[in-house]
Write a protein that binds this ligand. Structure first.
Ligand code: 5AD
Ligand code: FES
Length: 328
């Protein structure tokens, strides 16, 4: 689709049913009925950045910070493997404690467990990414958040849009399966720019795209901003599926925060991945990127059982594979 077609569909609510059905059909035809589960370890909520929308940004002095050290990370990874996860995702704020050597050690250890490993730890240098790849990391998630440069600048004090784009192309060139994505409903975000976001994903040839609605957080500069719209976020996700047919698309936690059935609706509108949390309760509430995050009172076993039941109830199956992008 070209930009105008994307804009037309995004602004037209009469075609919403067609859109979700079509995205579901494209999903089934290209990546099948299997849902890939990724075991998510949120290992540090310490962050040096100041993204205006995010509860973990360094300016938030009220949040209780934590850092899970290597041995404990490995315990969660082992537990995830025992529960049947074939991919581990390590996510954190941009926490300088985990330098290249520390990350490389953790990557090497986890890669002994015969799993795919995804990192989601922010903007690093080419050489750092290269070291992570050489240590065995398979995938990397780095959302562009928005391709509207003006908005990007406004949302990310002291950060560079150009550098973020460069990071994504560096990851691609190093052979990572590269994930990106955007927020939907940021203040002053336009429909045109959401269309550009989808075109950017296509241009990058992203392997994974995560999309979620913006949810205002009390302890951020955007606390009084309006919340993003669940259905608009779903539309952006569905259009991403139609335009990048064989990529992996998670049903994001933020979707479920705004709609009690959000992840299942997403799985029926183009998504084929879910990323349940595998850390224990003590950390979950503290990784408060936005308020109302789901699963903060559950343990890893409960989440695993819960999501399995929901996936089976809609006639889908849980993949036993590592779930790389289906280029075949
Ligand atoms: N609402 C929804 N999603 C958010 N993220 C950060 N802050 C918020 C918020 N307030 C998303 C960003 C980031 C991902 C880890 O969480 O897109 O890339
Ligand atoms: Fe955590 Fe349902 S996935 S409780």
């Amino acid at each position: 689709m070209n930009k105008q077609e994307l804009i037309d569909i995004l602004s037209d609510n009469s075609r919403i049913e067609w859109l979700f059905k079509e995205a579901d059909r494209v999903r089934k035809e290209n990546v099948g009925d299997e849902v890939h589960l990724r075991g998510l370890i949120e290992f540090s909520n310490i962050c040096k950045r100041q993204c205006k929308y995010c509860g973990l940004q360094s300016g938030n002095k009220e949040i209780e910070r934590y850092r899970i050290l290597k041995d404990e990370i490995l315990l969660y990874a082992q537990k995830a493997v025992k529960m049947g996860y074939r991919t581990i995702v390590l996510q954190s704020g941009e926490d300088e404690y985990y330098d290249t050597d520390k990350m490389v050690e953790i990557i090497r250890e986890i890669k002994k467990y015969d799993v795919a490993l995804t990192l989601s730890i922010g903007e690093k240098t080419y050489d750092e990414y290269k070291a992570f790849k050489e240590a065995g990391a398979d995938r990397y998630l780095l959302r562009i958040e928005t391709t509207d440069k003006e908005l990007y600048k406004n949302m990310h004090p002291h950060a560079s849009f150009e550098n973020r784009v460069q990071c994504l192309y560096d990851l691609k060139s190093l052979g990572f399966e590269t994930g990106s994505g955007c927020l939907v409903g940021l203040p002053n975000q336009t429909i045109e720019s959401l269309a550009d976001d989808i075109l950017f994903f296509k241009e990058l040839d992203a392997d994974m795209i995560g999309i979620g609605p913006f949810i205002p957080h009390e302890q951020t500069p955007l606390k009084d901003a309006e919340q993003g719209d669940f259905w608009l976020a779903l539309k952006v996700m569905a259009l991403t599926r139609i335009n990048l047919p064989n990529i992996n698309i998670p049903a994001t936690t933020a979707m479920e925060t705004l709609n009690p059935n959000g992840r299942i609706i997403a799985l029926q509108s183009g998504a084929n991945v879910v990323m349940p949390n595998v850390t224990s309760k003590e950390y979950r509430a503290k990784y408060e990127i936005y308020p109302g995050k789901i699963c903060i009172n559950e343990n890893p076993e409960q989440c695993r059982g819960c999501i399995e039941g929901k996936i089976k109830a809609i006639g889908r199956t849980i993949s036993l594979e590592k779930g790389f992008r289906n280029r075949g």
